[in-house]
Design a protein around this ligand. Structure first.
Ligand code: FAD
Length: 290
């Protein structure tokens, strides 16, 4: 089933995210994680694409396992380290496995390489066009409520996003954010810029204080004072941080749904037990929105 259909038919959806292994010998372990997350019956499960294409071969394998478990899969696909021919081959491989949904991404620019090389992709809108021309895929893309770190300002980022959507995007998924007001503000601005496709709000249950500070530094994601205090107090204590992170994420989702943002993507980072706790905490809320 396409994600476009799922979003149209269900005012409230919850999806989860997995990442594939870096080594083939771990594949069976990761497929078991995929089955455990699928057992929670999320609306769909996305499978990331290794930075620089490193684990790309395994994205399709894990996504297939998700589909076999009865849950629609969304396969991420980055183009920064790909040729046009490579993208055509990756799309043909996804199609052969019956995967209908692709999240079309550029990927981060490699640090020690000239970019873009002649004939290669510079931005995700070019990939969106190629996936659309290939045909038969529901296409998602990324967006950044706080602006992408490469953009000079949010206005410029939104203009680029509009171009990307116009290239043929069916839905957007946001970068994680910890302050819902930032998302609400982004949604108003996206509407004003003429962006009409559904936006799925990406939230992350934080379980590691050090890691989240590093991720926020790199991605430009703000830690609001209320959440920064939680990370300061519990960040060094794994079990306490996990409990606080799940509670904070649960509250964030309740506030989103209460304010009409019905499509939520949880960055579950291959932790089925955390996904289970959050989805369990919200079972009645998700049911009410169906
Ligand atoms: P783009 O849309 O190309 O945007 C990148 C920058 O270029 C932005 O500043 C934008 O404003 C600007 N820009 C866009 N189009 C143009 C244009 N035509 N002309 C000039 N400037 C332009 N990374 C991975 O490696 N694997 C993953 O699986 C993965 N999954 C992700 C999922 C989500 C939901 C998100 C939010 C990010 C994900 N990323 C992933 C990270 C992503 O690859 C990086 O953030 C990357 O730097 C940008 O990718 P993009 O597709 O948003 O690029």
């Amino acid at each position: 089933m396409t994600i476009r259909q799922i979003l149209q038919e269900h005012p409230v959806t919850v999806s989860c995210e997995l990442f594939p292994p870096k080594e083939g010998r771990l594949l069976s372990e990761y497929k078991e994680i995929a089955r455990n997350v699928a057992a929670l019956s999320p609306s769909f499960i996305s499978v990331t694409y290794g930075a620089g294409g490193g684990t790309s071969a395994f994205t399709a394998e894990v996504a297939s396992e998700v589909e076999r478990s009865g849950v629609p899969a969304l396969a991420h696909l980055t183009c920064v380290a790909s040729t046009r021919q490579g993208v055509q081959e990756a799309l043909a491989a996804l199609r052969a496995r019956g995967i209908e949904n692709v999240l079309a991404l550029r990927g981060d620019i490699p640090k020690d390489a000239a970019f873009p090389l002649p004939g290669q992709y510079a931005h995700a809108d070019e990939l969106v066009r190629d996936v659309r021309a290939f045909g038969g895929f529901c296409i998602g893309a990324a967006c950044y409520p706080e602006g992408h770190p490469e953009s000079a300002n949010r206005r410029q980022d939104l203009d680029n996003l509009r171009r990307k959507v116009d290239a043929g995007v069916d839905f957007l998924t946001t970068q994680m954010f910890f302050d819902n007001n930032i998302l609400y503000n982004f949604l108003y601005r996206a509407q004003a810029a003429g962006i009409r496709v559904p936006v799925i709000a990406g939230v992350m249950p934080v379980t590691n204080g050090k890691q989240i500070r590093r991720i926020c530094r790199l991605s430009g994601t703000a830690l609001p004072p209320r959440f920064a205090a939680i990370v300061d107090r519990f960040g060094e204590d794994a079990r306490a941080m996990r409990q606080a992170g799940i509670a904070y994420c649960t509250e964030q989702i309740i506030d989103l749904i209460a304010n009409g943002v019905g499509h939520v993507h949880i960055y579950t980072m291959n932790q089925p037990e955390i996904a289970a706790r959050i989805i369990g905490n919200l079972s009645e809320i998700f049911r009410k929105g169906e």
